[in-house]
Design a protein around this ligand. Structure first.
Ligand SMILES: NC(=O)c1ccc[n+]([C@@H]2O[C@H](COP(=O)([O-])OP(=O)(O)OC[C@H]3O[C@@H](n4cnc5c(N)ncnc54)[C@H](O)[C@@H]3O)[C@@H](O)[C@H]2O)c1
Length: 284
């Protein structure tokens, strides 16, 4: 099956980027939000990002207009999914919100439609069980900022079938992304490897081994990381890092994933990184 139309549910940080890359690759998008103002915000972010691409001469004005023109806003999940081949859900990382969305999608999407979630930490197998078609359910884990980052972790749940995997792999390539298959496990591969490194960097700061700047310097200059782990943690959001570490800790029942006390304290203090203006660095 060729994916000819997609629904993207949620137009926040990830959803607007996902809608952007589908529309730019020529696949029309039904962008589903809860309120017109949120949809407008998503569209204006997409337009801003497309303008930047025009300025850099990566695309021309016609391509920009065609991309924007192929995104249609819906404020009702059932309406937005009824004529699509693939659904990509990017609503907040909250199991109750996701359950309510997936129950509506399952009731309204065509029988052949593939259901994909961009969750970064909830079990794909568990989300799949909220629908009557777990064999057509899969994780499509994009990375922020979506128009720039090449990777899509394609996460197979316990019952995801081979055909679903193949279609999602092919579709990801059409988006000019590199799909990497992984099986469903807490944190998949990306967060299972990344988060313990960030956590250990925070332990180093908390124990006074080095300052945040110096930990980042070591990882940038010594390991060729383009961004140090603490700068990256600020960018991701310290609350998100803590949530994912807790998922790993609960999922594996292994103390190696216990969150660093300094991380917990910073989240308690509301110092969440870029989004609050302060984390390991200041963002004025
Ligand atoms: N932010 C990241 O770096 C990142 C990276 C990879 C994966 N993810 C995952 O992507 C998902 C979305 O994260 P985000 O950072 O884009 O969140 P976000 O809060 O920026 O955006 C979520 C959007 O969903 C909308 N929404 C809420 N309920 C809805 C509903 N019932 N129907 C339609 N829209 C609804 C909200 O209005 C909001 O615009 C989460 O599962 C998260 O774990 C996030």
């Amino acid at each position: 099956m060729d994916v000819k139309k997609v629904a993207v549910i949620g137009g926040g940080t990830m959803g607007n980027g996902i809608a952007h890359v589908f529309a730019m690759s020529g696949i029309p998008v039904n962008l589903i939000e809860t309120k017109q103002e949120f949809a407008d915000r998503a569209l204006s972010t997409i337009e801003k990002n497309l303008d930047r691409m025009v300025k850099k001469e990566k695309i021309n004005e016609d391509k920009k207009n065609a991309t924007l023109g192929s995104i249609t806003v819906f404020l009702d999940v059932s309406e937005g999914v009824k004529d699509v081949d693939l659904v990509v859900e990017a609503v907040p990382e909250n199991i109750d919100i996701k359950r309510s969305v997936w129950e509506k999608v399952d009731a309204a999407a065509p029988d052949h439609a593939i259901l994909g979630s961009n969750t970064s930490s909830i079990s794909i197998t568990k989300l799949a069980s909220m629908t009557g078609r777990p064999e057509k359910f899969i994780g499509m884990h994009f990375f922020n900022p979506v128009p720039v980052m090449k990777l899509v972790e394609i996460v197979r749940g316990l019952e995801t079938d081979d055909e679903t995997y193949k279609i999602v792999e092919e579709t990801s390539k059409k988006l000019n992304k590199v799909p990497v298959p992984v099986n469903d496990a807490p944190g998949f591969v990306s967060n299972r490897v990344l988060m313990p490194m960030i956590n250990e960097a925070i332990f180093c700061v908390g124990e006074g081994v080095a300052t945040a700047e110096n930990v980042d310097e070591v990882m940038k200059l010594g390991m060729a990381h383009p961004m140090g782990p603490l700068r990256l943690a600020d960018f991701i959001g310290l609350d998100v890092c803590l949530d994912i570490l807790n998922v790993l800790y609960e999922g594996f029942k292994d103390p190696k994933y216990r969150p660093a006390p300094l991380l917990v304290k910073m989240v308690d203090a509301g110092k969440l990184g870029n989004k609050t203006g302060e984390g390991f660095y200041n963002y004025d």
